[in-house]
Design a protein around this ligand. Structure first.
Ligand code: ADP
Ligand code: MG
Length: 263
């Protein structure tokens, strides 16, 4: 059968206490330009262990660049980024290691078309981490069960729906045992009827205490699963507050304008 996670609609895990312990993600004074365009402006952002932060903002405000900066898919011009207290190096072997602590799920699923679902999920652990194949497969099957597609492991990506493919992409990211998961509009490319099954899997992860940074237009997820909402405009973090306060009492004109357009 094709069941989604059983945690649908469950309340979020208790909010972690900000300021206690080393933040899982710490960005300080991060700047990024694309030519003349100042796309990240002095970004300070800390995400605590187990915290779920939803990033909102108009198109072009820098949300994807922020995510890509967190695992150095996008080099930054200034400031510092630490994952679990360790500064992200600019390049090299150390970068590869730290980057594997950061799982990323994109709008496009980017599965390997010529490989089975099981092989998609075991590839990185066996190649990058040196996990023995049998062990990687056992883990992959458990993860595929967790995202509700345990019975699809022998198929190829094209044989799965978009929602199923995105759940494979989530399992693939989890297979590296990341410390933090980044989601950049994971449901934006899906047919509407498939959005819920992916959101449910993400809700289950949040409930299990995964540290998550999520760019999404799914306001239901933001309200239910997020501990914090970060609102960006023109490369800046304009608001950083609880979902309840953001949705009921947005503090800035830009946030009110944004909410007026989407709600
Ligand atoms: P969002 O995800 O909030 O829509 P992005 O981070 O994708 O915003 O983009 C922020 C700004 O940076 C936009 O104006 C976008 O056009 C620009 N931009 C993004 N990537 C590049 C790039 N590789 N080269 C030049 N400009 C870029
Ligand atoms: Mg984007």
């Amino acid at each position: 059968s094709d069941e989604t996670a059983p945690d649908a609609g469950a309340p979020p895990a208790p909010a972690p206490t900000p300021g206690s312990g080393t933040p899982m993600v710490r960005m300080a004074g991060v700047d990024k330009h694309f030519g003349d365009l100042h796309v990240l402006r002095d970004i300070d952002l800390e995400v605590a262990r187990g915290e779920v932060v939803v990033v909102l903002g108009p198109s072009g405000s820098g949300k994807s660049t922020l995510c890509r900066a967190i695992n150095r898919l996008e080099p930054i011009d200034g400031g510092t980024i630490e994952i679990d207290g360790v500064p992200l190096p600019a390049e090299g072997r150390e970068l590869a290691k730290l980057r594997s602590d950061v799982g990323m799920v994109f709008q496009q699923f980017n599965l390997f078309a010529h490989m089975t679902i099981l092989d998609n999920v075991t590839l990185a652990p066996t190649r990058v981490r040196g996990v023995p194949k049998g062990e990687a497969q056992e883990r992959a099957r458990a993860l595929l069960d967790r995202v509700g597609i345990g019975d699809q492991s022998g198929k190829y990506p094209a044989q799965l729906s978009g929602g199923q493919q995105q759940r494979v992409a989530i399992a693939r990211a989890l297979a590296m045992e990341p410390k933090v998961m980044l989601f950049d509009e994971p449901t934006s490319a899906l047919d509407p009827e498939m959005v819920g099954e992916v959101i449910d899997v993400m809700g289950g992860l949040a409930k299990d205490g995964m540290t998550m940074v999520v760019v999404t237009h799914e306001m239901g997820f933001a309200r239910r699963a997020a501990h914090r909402v970060v609102f960006m405009a023109d490369g800046e973090i304009v608001e950083d507050t609880t979902p309840d306060s953001f949705f009921s009492r947005p503090a800035t004109e830009r946030a009110r304008d944004f909410l007026g357009k989407i709600l």
